[in-house]
Design a protein around this ligand. Structure first.
Ligand code: NI
Length: 249
């Protein structure tokens, strides 16, 4: 159930039964020649809502702009600097914790968020760690989970795409958006077929090395049918992970 579609009284009632909530987090950044700029936010939101429906969990509004400064040489990309994203994550968690949510599960669609969101969790925990003993309630727990790295997703993307999966603008993530938004599918020939791989230093360096935005991938292989399979596998794997997280003492 989306938090945005509840009344405050319904949220208060739900908290009597579960203090967990899922927060989708993604990015608004270039995803190569046929990938949507919203890919990382759209996939995280879609999969979070799938988990929410399957286990009757609350899903908070998506944090749709992430830490994507290395994509900024590509038009349409947006970023929060790390300090801003830390503040956004911290205020998000503390808003929810104010009401009694104490298991906050961030479902992530963007690798560039990992370091910053992990630092945000450390900032949140620091308040309790540095405050000393006293609070007579279960500790606030946050978890960051990347949907694109579950065992089922890794196996299925390997089966579907092998070496063409790559590292950015992957056929798997593009396929999930094609399943969710078939009206936005773009047909583009890739040249070269599989994009090069390598390190990135900053935004300008990224565009110099990877001129069409892809890294190591061939997203022209994406299909909405594969996207449906990937979506279903992700939801199945993540239901288990979310349940385990709620149980964590
Ligand atoms: Ni992505």
């Amino acid at each position: 159930m989306r938090l945005q579609l509840c009344t405050w009284a319904e949220v208060e009632d739900r908290l009597k039964h579960s203090t967990g909530i899922i927060v989708p987090i993604g990015s608004t950044e270039q995803h190569g020649p046929n990938g949507l700029i919203g890919t990382d936010a759209l996939t995280a939101e879609l999969i979070a809502q799938g988990i929410g429906e399957a286990v009757d969990a609350l899903v908070a509004p998506t944090i749709a702009v992430g830490m994507a400064q290395h994509h900024m040489a590509f038009t349409g990309s947006m970023t929060l600097r790390p300090s801003t994203l830390i503040a956004v994550v911290r205020d998000t968690v503390q808003s929810l914790a104010r009401h009694g949510f104490d298991r906050i599960y961030f479902l992530n669609g963007h690798g560039g968020n990992i370091a910053t969101v992990s630092a945000a969790f450390s900032e949140i925990y620091a308040e309790a760690s540095l405050a000393g003993a006293g609070a007579n309630r279960a500790a606030l727990r946050c978890k960051l989970k990347n949907w694109y790295e579950t065992p089922g997703i890794k196996a299925l993307s390997k089966e579907l795409y092998g070496d063409s999966e790559g590292g950015h603008a992957t056929p798997s993530e593009v396929a999930v958006t094609q399943f969710a938004f078939p009206e936005a599918i773009k047909k583009v020939e890739m040249e070269p077929k599989i994009a090069p791989r390598g390190p990135i230093l900053d935004a300008e360096d990224y565009r110099r090395r990877f001129p069409d935005g892809r890294i190591g991938s061939d997203p022209s292989l994406a299909t909405p049918e594969a996207g449906k399979r990937l979506y279903e596998v992700a939801v199945k794997d993540l239901i288990e992970d979310y349940r385990e997280f709620l149980k964590a003492a």
